[in-house]
Design a protein around this ligand. Structure first.
Ligand code: IPM
Ligand code: MG
Length: 357
């Protein structure tokens, strides 16, 4: 029987996770999936209970299941802790502990939401981009790193941007394969005019291209990519990039679609075990008010069913139900536009559940 670990996390995490759990209960029954769930702690909630952001037990459980579903971690309550035990360390720890090197972040504009974007609707309607972000290397994990006082008595903060060839190859292959299944266009984003690590990145991508003659590979500097994403976003199909650039570009891409509250993501390792989470964070400013948009969380569940558990029919049913509630005009605050019906977290969950039944 497939097993799934649920990590609600902090802030709005628990609220949106309970809506995803209701949806999971419905599809479990309806499609006879026999998925078993268990809960775990990660981030601030784990710090409160155990003093560390990623308890041993959480990683152990995560290694024994078929997939992990994560809400979000972090919040002001834990912001002043030593940086080694901040909630974000829990997230980075589980990504690295499970070797989830491939982060897939689709940015898809729902036709119903094109007018919720901060860009003109014609620029974003029909937008369908996939950002493939390297997730367990680059400057996020490079050594040496730290803050120390140098010989001149000045404090100095430093990080290391590094990638080895095999890390670039494995994420490159995921990106080429994804492009092959989509529209066959891959744009690799780097800063090869300045950073050696990305000169190598570009070289390796060019070498890989020989194995994928059906995919058209282009390269773009990251500053230009940021500009092109807001200028003419529909020029992109698949974007592949390193950890930090991917972090930044995926927030830009998310916002094009109307709201970051709509976007799920998948983080995969070699064996296809994955962790699924919304692209947005824990939104402490609205936590506990029942107003958060649960759709990115619910769509993350759908991605989990599709990619890790191979339950395409159940995943499609969830995607259709989400589209149906948008058709009904239901909107949480983040995607609200004139003439639509404002709903809270729970009502949005109710509507998805009803659309599934
Ligand atoms: C994300 C987040 C994380 C990241 C933070 C919370 C560590 O911004 O998933 O994009 O930088 O990867
Ligand atoms: Mg981010």
């Amino acid at each position: 029987m497939p097993k799934v670990l649920l990590l609600p996390g902090d802030g709005i995490g628990p609220e949106i996770m309970s809506q995803a759990e209701r949806v999971l209960d419905v599809v479990n029954e309806k499609f006879d999936l026999q998925i078993e769930t268990e809960h775990g702690l990660l981030g601030g909630s784990a710090i409160d209970a155990h003093g560390v952001p990623m308890p041993e037990e959480t990683l152990l459980k995560a290694k024994q299941v078929d997939a992990v579903l994560l809400g979000a971690v972090g919040g002001p309550k834990w912001d002043n802790l030593d940086r080694e035990i901040r909630p974000e360390k829990g997230l980075l720890g589980i990504r690295s502990g499970l070797e989830l090197f491939a982060n897939l972040r689709p940015a898809l504009t729902y036709s119903q939401l094109a007018s919720a974007s901060s860009l003109r609707a014609e620029l974003v309607s029909g937008l369908d981009i996939l950002i493939v972000r390297e997730l367990t290397g680059g400057i996020y994990f490079g050594q040496p790193r730290g803050i120390h006082t140098n010989d001149a008595g000045d404090r100095e903060g430093f990080n290391t941007y590094r990638y080895d060839e095999s890390e670039i190859k494995r994420i490159g292959r995921v990106a080429f394969e994804s492009a092959r299944k989509r529209n066959g266009r891959l744009c690799s984003v780097d800063k090869a005019n300045v950073l050696e690590a990305t000169v190598l990145w570009r070289e390796v991508m060019n070498e890989l291209a020989a194995d994928y003659p059906d995919v058209e590979l282009t390269h773009m500097y990251v500053d230009n990519a940021a500009m092109q994403l807001v200028k003419e976003p529909k020029q992109f199909d698949v974007i592949v990039t390193g950890n930090m650039f991917g972090d930044i570009l995926s927030d830009i891409a998310a916002m094009l679609t109307g709201s970051i509250g709509m976007l799920p993501s998948a983080s995969l390792n070699h064996s296809g075990v994955g962790m699924y989470e919304p692209c947005h964070g824990s939104a402490p400013d609205i936590a506990g008010q029942g107003v958060a948009n649960p759709l990115a969380m619910i769509l993350s569940l759908s991605m989990m069913l599709r990619y890790s558990l191979k339950q395409e029919a159940a995943a499609q049913a969830i995607d259709d139900a989400v589209s149906a509630v948008l058709d009904q005009g239901l909107r949480t605050g983040d995607i609200m536009t004139d003439g639509m019906t404002a709903v809270g977290t729970q009502e949005m969950g109710d509507a998805v559940v009803a659309a599934l039944q």
